[in-house]
Design a protein around this ligand. Structure first.
Ligand SMILES: Cc1cc2nc3c(=O)[nH]c(=O)nc-3n(C[C@H](O)[C@H](O)[C@H](O)COP(=O)(O)O)c2cc1C
Length: 334
């Protein structure tokens, strides 16, 4: 595999609880045909305990989508992975990066970085059950186990279990004393460590995550890693996804303006609301759509407080200033 990436995961949208739900993913897909999307983390035990169809529900038009699982029991993870594959997910990803107390109490997430052999066992059990790739999302370290050599040993051990793709959040996590939010901002970013991992383990696919906000700068990393994953930048301003297909895949953007994206989303939103989903829920992915343009704040307020689908297109702020840029994007020149 080349450092420029074999393709699918050149640009990924990070799994984010309370954000990358099915509605967000459906909207994201209106903006980019090729971005690789992830679900929110689904605990394997929860999935197996109660109504898997509800946990796994999504629209075929969201694809390609990876299902992210949380867990540390190889049998449960294998069972959950099989359900995910049967539901149509293109990849099963194991969360080894979340430091929340709740996740630690279940003995999964970032604390598993201290147990590479167990992670390898989980990966081996999952790969034995599914044909889609099983991947791991991890940190560069936890607590005092934060030397590059610790990361290398973790990745080598898990690769022996059958994992070829690692998404690495380039920050360590402190398991005690920091909230998950602080663990996404306070530990320093060490992107170069992730690039070194790729250099030293060139046969693995290595995806860089953490603190990437600018698409051009993220694209430049493809000289040194196989792909990049962006989380908050996309959640806060999803319109940046409209530049992904031209910039990362050499393909035209699927829509030329935010208004076109809204029009493309509207029939889906109407169908979801008719099926009983609250409008606020369906429209949540649109909150940051006009970020940076005049009228963005009023739009955010309207969506958050009392959105009305029938007025969606009328309430959208004008975007003349962006139109020239959008045309350029649609032609793949940006
Ligand atoms: C609101 C929110 C929820 C998150 N939920 C998850 C999750 O379910 N699974 C996971 O692996 N990471 C989760 N993360 C971490 C992101 O996937 C990502 O690793 C992190 O935000 C760093 O990337 P960024 O700087 O591009 O946002 C979450 C992050 C945020 C902001």
């Amino acid at each position: 595999m080349t450092a420029a990436g074999a393709g699918g995961r050149r640009f990924c949208v990070a799994p984010m609880l309370d954000c990358t739900d099915r509605h967000f993913r459906y909207f994201a897909r209106r903006l980019s045909r090729h971005a690789w999307l992830y679900t929110e983390m689904v605990p394997a035990q929860g999935l197996l305990r109660a109504d898997p169809r509800r946990w796994l529900a999504h629209d075929p038009d969201e694809h390609p989508v990876a299902l992210q699982l949380g867990g540390s029991d190889p049998d449960a993870l294998a069972e959950a992975a099989a359900l995910g594959e049967a539901a149509g997910f293109a990849e099963i990803n194991l969360n080894v990066g979340c430091p929340s107390d709740r996740v630690q109490a279940g003995r999964f997430g970032a604390c598993l970085m201290a147990e590479p052999e167990r992670v390898a066992e989980c990966v081996a059990a999952m790969t034995a059950r599914v044909r889609v790739p099983v991947t791991v999302k991890c940190r560069i370290g936890i607590d005092r186990r934060d030397r590059y050599e610790d990361l290398l040993r973790f990745v080598r051990t898990v690769a022996d279990g059958g994992c070829r793709t690692f998404i690495v959040h380039a920050r360590k996590a402190w398991l005690q004393g920091l909230s998950p939010k602080q663990n996404r901002t306070l530990p320093p970013l060490r992107h170069a460590r992730v690039a070194r991992l790729k250099r030293e383990l060139p046969r693995l696919e290595i995806i860089l995550n953490g603190g990437l906000r600018d698409l051009q700068a993220a694209r430049a990393w493809l000289d040194r890693v196989d792909g990049v994953m962006l989380g908050r930048a996309v959640a806060e301003a999803p319109w940046l996804l409209a530049r992904v297909d031209p910039l990362f895949h050499g393909r035209p953007a699927p829509v030329a303006s935010r208004h076109e994206a809204l029009a493309a989303y509207l029939p889906y939103a109407q169908a979801q609301v008719a099926a009983g989903v609250p409008p606020r829920r369906v429209l949540r992915p649109l909150i940051g759509l006009f970020q940076g343009l005049p009228g963005a704040r009023a739009w955010r307020g309207w969506i958050t407080r009392a959105p009305d689908l029938d007025r969606l297109l009328d309430r959208a702020p004008p975007e003349e200033a962006a139109a020239g840029g959008c045309k350029r994007l649609a032609q793949g020149r940006n």
